[in-house]
Write a protein that binds this ligand. Structure first.
Ligand SMILES: C[S@@+](CC[C@H](N)C(=O)[O-])C[C@H]1O[C@@H](n2cnc3c(N)ncnc32)[C@H](O)[C@@H]1O
Length: 131
């Protein structure tokens, strides 16, 4: 099995200063649609600089922020202090099955090597099923 290229490695600050602003436009519509409730566990996978994680915390959720890149998680730790930070990459998350209520992956699935496997993994950890 080949290891996928780590194209985000070492690019956290550059990302935060450029494209993160564009990706941020989707955050409120996403969270509005998902409607995480206080006390629910929200998984922000591919958290990047942590903008989704920070916004979710503002809604009272317990946030688990996942990213493969250590420098992204450092920024996420500043943006969303108290979030549970996990260094991992789809399609394999070190989380128990049926353990989170809401999953967000803002501009992430287009970057993973096997989007189908990634979605199956998100389904594995998800507790709440959409109405
Ligand atoms: C376009 S950025 C989006 C960041 C963040 N979701 C946001 O809204 O600003 C893509 C993020 O996905 C992460 N990523 C890349 N491959 C990934 C994978 N296989 N699993 C999880 N995250 C991944 C990158 O490290 C990067 O932080």
């Amino acid at each position: 099995m080949t290891t996928p290229p780590r194209k985000w490695d070492g690019r956290a600050i550059a990302y935060a200063e450029t494209f993160a602003g564009q990706c941020a436009h989707a955050i409120e519509p996403l969270l509005g649609a998902l409607d995480p409730r206080p006390g629910e566990a929200l998984l922000d996978v591919g958290t990047g600089a942590g903008a989704v994680a920070a916004a979710a915390q503002g809604r009272g959720g317990v946030v688990i922020a996942v990213d493969p890149e250590a420098d992204m998680l450092e920024l996420a730790d500043v943006a969303a202090p108290g979030a549970v930070l996990v260094r991992a990459a789809l399609p394999s998350l070190p989380l128990p099955g049926v353990s989170v209520d809401v999953v967000v992956a803002n501009f992430v699935l287009n970057h993973v090597p096997d989007a189908g496997a990634a979605v199956r993994e998100l389904g594995r950890v998800l507790r709440r099923v959409a109405p």
